[in-house]
Design a protein around this ligand. Structure first.
Ligand code: UDP
Length: 488
C-alpha cells in the first residue's frame, strides 16, 4: 500500500477530500452517504459525478437541498464521454472503458488546474474513489495525492473477485461440464458451500477472455495500490471473509451499513432527520399510505433494484407466484425494466383481481422507508448489496433472485451462511415463487424473523460508540486528517 505523503507545511484549513463514485445508482447512493458522514466530521468535500448522474440527481432527488446545509460540500461534474442516449448501466463495460479513456484526462485536469480550491478550501488532500475506477489511483500517484478505494459491493464478492486468478489457474473457470452444483475449491473460506452457480454470473460465459473477467480480475493488483480500502459492511457480518482480504490488503475500514451509520450520526447530533433520497428515479410516496393500511409484518416488498431487466415471461411467473401465494405485496417495477413487454397482452382476471385485493405496484419506491415500515415482513430482492444491507438492518428475511455480478455470491451468503432467507437463484417458476413467498411470510416466518432480528441487533450495535463500524470510521477520519495536501 502507498504511504501517506511526508508531512509538509500544515494548512489551517480542514482536509479536503475528493469523492468519485462509480456512476451507477447503488454506488452513487452509498458514496453520497459517505460524503455526508465526512461533512459531519467537518472535512471539506468535493463530490465528483458525471453530467449524466448529476442531471438525474437534480431531477429526481432532494440531494441538493440536503447538501445546502453543508457549506463544506461542493459538487463538480465531469463528462463520462458517452452520448446522451447511451444506456450506461445496461452496457457498463462500455461505460468503464469510456471513463478510463475519456474521463481520466478531464479528472486529472480538474485536480491540477486549481479549480477545486479557494481561499476557504485548500487543495485536495486525498481522493476517495470507487476501486473499480483504477485510473483515479494513477492520477493520484502522478499528482502525489493519496487515494483510498471504496468498494460498494460485499466483502464476500470482493474476495471472489480477488480469487479469480486462482480459479483460472486451478481450471475451475471456465467450467468443465455443466454441473452447476459442483463445489468451488479455490476460494479460501468458502470451500464448503460455494457452488459454480454462486460465482458471479460472468463466470458462466465459458471464456476467460470475457471482458467482465478481465475487468474484475484486476482487483487483485489494483486494490492493494491504495492507501486503504473502505467497505460498506460490518465485522460481525463478514468477519471471516474480511480476514482473508486483510491478508492482501491490511488497511481496511469497515464502516457499514452506511445508510444506517449516517442516520445514527445525525441522530447523535440531535438533528431532525427529514427523509432524503439519492434516487435517480422519481419515488412514488403513495405506497407509504397503502402500507399504513396493512397489518403488521404482512407485506412482502418486491424490488430488483436499478439495473435488472426481466423478460416478460419472468415477469408473468413472478406475478402469478405472488398472487397465488395469497400474501400482500408491494412491487417495484421500474419503467422499461421488462424486456419484450407486449402492452396488448391480456392479464388473466385472477391475477388482476388478486393484485387489486392484496397488491400495490409502483415505478420506484422510497426503499429505505418501505423496509423500515412495520407492515413489511419480508423482501423479495435481486440481492444487490445496498438492498441486502438495508434489509439486514431492518431485520427482514429475504428471498433472493440474483441477476448478475456480486448478487449470486450475496444470495448464497443470505441463504446458506447467514440463514436470513431463501435463495431462489436461476429459476422464476411461478410455483416456486408461490412456495417460497408462503414459506418466508407464513410457514417459516417466526424462524426467519428471529434470525434476521439477531443480525439486525448486531448491525445496530456496530454503529454505537465503541462499535466496530463506529471505530473504523473514527480511524478513517483520523487517517485523513493526518494527510496534508501536496504543495503546488
Ligand atoms: N432503491 C430505491 N427504490 C427502489 C429500488 C431501489 O430507493 O424502488 C434503492 C435501494 O434502497 C438501494 C439502491 O436503490 O439503495 C439499489 O442498490 P443495490 O445495491 O441494492 O442494487 P443495484 O441497483 O445497484 O443493482
Amino acid at each position: 500500500m502507498l504511504q501517506s505523503p511526508s508531512p509538509m507545511t500544515r494548512s489551517p484549513l480542514p482536509p479536503h477530500v475528493l469523492l468519485f463514485p462509480l456512476p451507477l445508482q447503488g454506488p452513487v447512493n452509498s458514496m453520497l452517504k459517505l460524503a455526508e458522514l465526512l461533512c459531519l466530521a467537518d472535512l471539506h468535500i468535493t463530490f465528483v459525478v458525471t453530467d449524466y448522474i448529476n442531471s438525474r440527481l437534480q431531477r429526481h432527488s432532494n440531494f441538493q437541498s440536503r447538501f445546502d446545509h453543508y457549506p463544506n460540500f461542493q459538487i463538480k461534474t465531469v463528462s463520462d464521454g458517452l452520448p446522451e442516449d447511451h444506456p450506461r448501466g445496461d452496457r457498463f463495460i462500455e461505460l468503464f472503458d469510456s471513463l478510463r479513456r475519456k474521463t481520466k484526462p478531464l479528472f486529472k485536469e480538474m485536480l491540477s488546474s486549481g479549480c477545486l480550491e479557494s481561499d476557504s478550501r485548500r487543495r485536495v488532500s486525498c481522493i476517495v474513489a470507487d476501486g473499480i475506477l483504477g485510473f483515479t489511483c494513477d492520477v493520484g500517484n502522478e499528482l502525489g495525492i493519496p487515494v483510498f478505494y471504496v468498494r460498494t459491493i460485499s466483502a464476500c464478492c470482493l474476495w471472489v473477485f480477488f480469487c479469480l486468478p486462482k480459479l483460472i489457474e486451478a481450471g475451475e473457470i471456465p467450467f468443465n461440464g455443466d454441473d452447476m452444483d459442483e463445489l468451488i475449491k479455490s476460494v479460501p473460506g468458502m470451500e464448503r458451500f460455494l457452488r459454480r452457480r454462486d460465482l458471479p454470473s460472468f463466470c458462466r460465459s465459458g471464456n476467460i477472455a470475457d471482458q467482465n473477467i478481465l475487468l474484475y480480475r484486476t482487483e487483485c493488483d489494483e486494490i492493494p495500490r491504495a492507501y486503504g480500502l473502505i467497505l460498506n459492511t460490518f465485522e460481525e457480518l463478514e468477519g471471516p471473509i474480511l480476514s482473508e482480504i486483510r491478508s492482501l490488503c491490511p488497511n481496511i475500514y469497515t464502516i457499514g451499513p452506511l445508510h444506517a451509520h449516517l442516520k445514527a450520526k445525525l441522530a447523535a447530533r440531535g438533528s431532525s432527520q427529514p427523509t432524503f433520497s439519492n434516487s435517480l428515479w422519481e419515488e412514488d410516496q403513495t405506497c407509504m399510505a397503502w402500507l399504513d393500511a396493512q397489518p403488521s409484518k404482512s407485506v412482502i416488498y418486491v424490488s430488483f433494484g436499478s439495473l435488472v431487466n426481466i423478460t416478460s415471461e419472468q415477469y408473468m411467473e413472478f406475478w402469478h407466484g405472488l398472487v397465488n401465494s395469497g400474501q400482500r405485496f408491494l412491487w417495484v417495477i421500474r419503467p422499461d425494466s421488462i424486456l419484450n413487454k407486449d402492452s396488448g397482452s391480456r392479464i388473466p382476471d385472477e391475477v388482476s383481481e388478486g393484485t387489486k385485493e392484496r397488491g400495490y405496484i409502483v415505478d420506484w419506491a422510497p426503499q429505505e422507508e418501505v423496509l423500515a415500515h412495520p407492515s413489511v415482513g419480508g423482501f423479495l430482492t435481486h440481492s444487490g448489496w445496498n438492498s441486502t444491507l438495508e434489509s439486514v438492518f431492518e431485520g427482514l428475511p429475504m428471498i433472493c433472485w440474483p441477476y448478475f455480478l456480486d448478487q449470486q455470491v450475496n444470495s448464497r451468503f443470505v441463504g446458506n451462511v447467514w440463514n436470513l432467507g431463501l435463495d431462489m437463484k436461476d429459476t422464476s417458476d411461478r410455483n416456486l415463487v408461490e412456495k417460497m413467498v408462503r414459506d418466508l411470510m407464513e410457514v417459516r416466518k417466526e424462524e426467519f424473523l428471529q434470525r434476521a432480528d439477531q443480525m439486525a441487533k448486531s448491525a445496530k450495535r456496530c454503529l454505537v460508540e465503541g462499535g466496530s463500524s463506529y471505530n473504523s470510521f473514527e480511524r478513517l477520519v483520523k487517517d485523513i486528517e493526518s494527510m496534508d495536501a501536496p504543495v503546488s
